[in-house]
Design a protein around this ligand. Structure first.
Ligand SMILES: [Zn+2]
Length: 320
C-alpha cells in the first residue's frame, strides 16, 4: 500500500513539476519583442569592470529585476520601469561625464547608479520556473511602458525612490541639498504592509561611543535619564528626526542614520541597562516613490500613472 502511494506520489511529481520545468528549460526565452528605441547604453559591470553596450529597453529589464521584487504587482513594476528609464536617460543625456566611470553612461553598483541583474543572476535568484514567470513579467512592465519617461516642465525628473516609507514620504531638501517641487512629502499609508516597516537595532553604550564619538559609557548608569541621554531637537516636515542630541553631541537625522546604519530617520528608542535599542519605521531615505507603497496602490487597482503622479507631484508622463 505504502509502495503504491510512493510511486503514485513520484508520478505526480514528475508530471506536475519536473516535466513542465524540463519543457521550460528546453524552450528559448519567452518571445516578447522589446523595442530598442535606438539607444545603446554603455553599462559598466560592477563585478568585472567591463563596459557592455546594450539596448536601453533590454538594460531596463535587468534594472527592474534588481531594484524591485518581481513578485510585486505589474503596475508597480511599470511605475518602477518609468522611473528607471527616466533616471537612465538623464544619465545618458547629461553633459557632465561621470568621474567614477567616464567611459560608461551608467554602472551596476546600486549605491552609485542602479542595480542590474543579468539573466544568469535572475535564474540563480529565482530558480528556473520562477525565472520564466518573473522574467516575462518584468519584461512586460518594460514593454508596456516603452519609451515613457516622467518630466516636470518638460525636463526629465530626478526619479528617486526607496523601499518603504514610514507612512509619509520625505521632502528632498530634508535629505539632500536640492529641492524640487515634485519631491515633496506625501502620505503613503500602504507602507505598513511592508516587511521592512518596523526595524530595531541595538547598541551598547560602548558601541555608540565608538561610532558616534560620544562619551556615554563613562556616565554612571544611575545618573542617566532618557532626556539627558538622547533627545530629538527638531523634526522634518514628514515627522522624521531632523536634529538629534546623543550625550553631548548633536547630529542631523541623516548623519545618525549613516553612522549607525539605521534603516530610516523615523527614529524612536528604548533605553536598556547597558545600551539603546533604536526603533525605526520605514526603509531608505524616504524621498520620492515608496516601492512598497507603489505595490499597495497597485493592489488597490491604481495604474502606474496614478502611482507616479502620487509620489512625484505635478509631473507628466510622456514619450521620450
Ligand atoms: Zn555609477
Amino acid at each position: 500500500m505504502r509502495k503504491t502511494f510512493f510511486w503514485l506520489l513520484l508520478g505526480c511529481l514528475v508530471v506536475l513539476v519536473i516535466l513542465p520545468s524540463l519543457i521550460l528549460t528546453l524552450r528559448h526565452e519567452p518571445k516578447i519583442e522589446i523595442k530598442n528605441l535606438g539607444v545603446g547604453i554603455r553599462v559598466k559591470m560592477q563585478d568585472s569592470g567591463k563596459v557592455v553596450v546594450m539596448p536601453l529597453e533590454e538594460y531596463l529589464v535587468g534594472v527592474i529585476a534588481g531594484e524591485m521584487p518581481a513578485v510585486f504587482q505589474l503596475e508597480a513594476l511599470k511605475a518602477q520601469a518609468v522611473a528607471a528609464r527616466t533616471y537612465t536617460l538623464k544619465k545618458v543625456t547629461s553633459d557632465a561625464s561621470n568621474s567614477m566611470h567616464p567611459n560608461a553612461d551608467i554602472c551596476t553598483d546600486a549605491s552609485h547608479c542602479q542595480a542590474w541583474m543579468s539573466k544568469t543572476d535572475m535564474r540563480r535568484r529565482w530558480g528556473i520556473i520562477d525565472y520564466w514567470r518573473y522574467y516575462s513579467k518584468v519584461k512586460k512592465a518594460v514593454e508596456e511602458t516603452a519609451g515613457l519617461v516622467a518630466t516636470y516642465n518638460g525636463r526629465l525628473i530626478e526619479p528617486v525612490y526607496h523601499s518603504t516609507s514610514s507612512g509619509r514620504t520625505e521632502e528632498a531638501s530634508e535629505v539632500w541639498k536640492y529641492s524640487f517641487s515634485y519631491l515633496q512629502s506625501v502620505p503613503s499609508r500602504w507602507d505598513a504592509q511592508s516587511p521592512r516597516f518596523n526595524n530595531a537595532t541595538s547598541f551598547t553604550f560602548q558601541e555608540l561611543d565608538m561610532r558616534l564619538g560620544t562619551n556615554i559609557s563613562a556616565v554612571p548608569v544611575s545618573s542617566l535619564n532618557s532626556q539627558s541621554l538622547i533627545k530629538i531637537l527638531a523634526k522634518t516636515v514628514s515627522g522624521r528626526a531632523k536634529t538629534i542630541k546623543i550625550g553631548a553631541r548633536t547630529f542631523s537625522g541623516t548623519e545618525l542614520r549613516r553612522l549607525l546604519d539605521l534603516s530610516s530617520t523615523d527614529i524612536n528608542w528604548t533605553i536598556k541597562q547597558n545600551g539603546i535599542v533604536f526603533l525605526t519605521q520605514g526603509y531608505g531615505h524616504g524621498v520620492g516613490m515608496s516601492q512598497y507603497g507603489a505595490n499597495g496602490m497597485a493592489k488597490e487597482g491604481k495604474d502606474f500613472k496614478e502611482i507616479l503622479a502620487h509620489y512625484y507631484r505635478g509631473i507628466s508622463i510622456e514619450t521620450w
